[in-house]
Design a binder for this molecule. Structure first.
Ligand code: PMP
Length: 359
């Protein structure tokens, strides 16, 4: 069977080149005589792979030297708790922006460990936009200020970052890390599950400024302790060895095509193809407010649940899969992460045109 265009919100498409390299190396990696999956995580061959993955993240994101890059497990969900546990050792208070389901999930989790101030929310409007922030409502004594840079379910993104002054900015970047250029020095911590723009599920990237490594709550499990993970080069226990290897292959692919500035231009162009079509369409409507539109997750509806269903089923037959929107938004969502080729987006727009003409 031929490969299809997979618009899944994650796990999602991986670069074909990375998959083909992995296939070639699956049974026997280099001169090791074993698969990467069978290697000890303490072996020289494996540590080289792991360190190369970390070095690529540093290079691609231009991570300053005073930041640690950790490869952890447990997904962004584990980091919802970890962020609170690792940073709440000061005032025990944190500011959160409630801009989507995962942003909300992060603050609900953090409430278990400290006092949370929700500075703004777009929940009442089903998260169709990033809420307006008023700096006078920020807690100057907060241990951190948490945002979700891209809201995967609702298809919105921050176009400007809040200025939180001396309060460290903590960001869940799961669904747009490596898709656009960010100045890492603006953040205290960035975390992201790998399964959208980094590699397969299993690895969670945490980038943390090193002066924030001494603020953990005494109850922090060692597994979630950034300080302990950092002191052990993310090898406190057995890491997700094969996922980290595949992430390395995906990062090499990204580097080869020009890194984040180059993919950002491609992502802008890919998203524009879809949004331009939506803006002209008489059948389809985008669900996110245009000034906050995500470049990674494009959400749209026809206005009729039956038509949406017909659209999704027909698309799958045409080799365009996983377009069903999240149940809280309905309709469709096209997730077009880094590895989605422009041809995939063009094929989707062509199918949407055809569908509109037929209806
Ligand atoms: N945050 C965001 C923005 C996400 O998109 C997701 C997953 N789709 C999560 C958090 C949860 O991530 P995980 O499943 O890796 O725990």
């Amino acid at each position: 069977m031929e490969r299809v265009y997979n618009f899944s919100p994650g796990p999602s498409m991986l670069p074909l080149e990375a998959l083909e390299t992995a296939a070639k190396e699956l049974v026997c990696y280099g001169s090791s005589g074993t698969s990467v999956m069978e290697m000890s995580h303490r072996s020289k061959a494996y540590i080289e792979i792991f360190e190369a993955a970390v070095a690529l993240i540093k290079e691609l994101m231009n991570v300053p030297d005073n930041y640690k890059i950790l490869l952890m497990q447990g997904g962004a969900t584990a980091q919802f708790a970890a962020t609170a546990m690792n940073l709440m050792g000061g005032s025990g208070r944190a500011d959160y922006v409630d801009s989507g389901s995962f942003a909300y999930g992060a603050l609900v989790e953090a409430k278990k460990y400290g006092r949370i101030n929700v500075v703004a929310s777009s929940r009442e409007d089903n998260y169709t936009y990033i809420p307006k922030l008023d700096a006078t409502t920020f807690d100057k004594g907060a241990d951190y200020f948490h945002i979700t840079t891209n809201n995967t379910i609702f298809g919105t993104r921050y176009t400007t970052l809040p200025d939180t002054g001396a309060v460290p900015l903590a960001a869940d970047m799961s669904s747009n890390i490596l898709s656009e250029v960010y100045d890492v020095s603006k953040f205290g911590v960035i975390y992201a599950g790998a399964q959208k723009n980094i590699g397969p599920a299993g690895v969670t990237v945490v980038i943390v400024r090193d002066d924030l490594l001494d603020r953990e709550l005494p109850i922090t499990p060692k597994f979630l302790s950034w300080k302990q993970q950092s002191a052990n080069d993310s090898m406190l226990n057995t890491p997700a060895t094969y996922s980290a290897y595949l992430a390395k292959l995906c990062l090499e692919w990204l580097k080869k095509l020009g890194g984040v500035p180059a993919i950002e231009q491609q992502n802008i162009a890919k998203a524009a193809l879809l949004y331009d079509f939506l803006d002209d369409s008489k059948l389809f409507d985008g669900t996110a407010r245009s000034e906050f539109r995500s470049r990674m997750n494009v959400t749209f509806v026809t206005g009729s649940a039956e038509l949406d269903d017909e659209f999704i089923k027909g698309a799958a037959k045409a080799g365009l899969i996983n377009l069903k929107g999240h149940r809280s938004v309905g309709g469709m969502r096209a997730s077009i992460y880094n590895a989605m080729p422009v041809e995939g987006v063009k094929a989707l727009v062509a199918y949407m045109k055809k569908f509109e003409e037929a209806h």
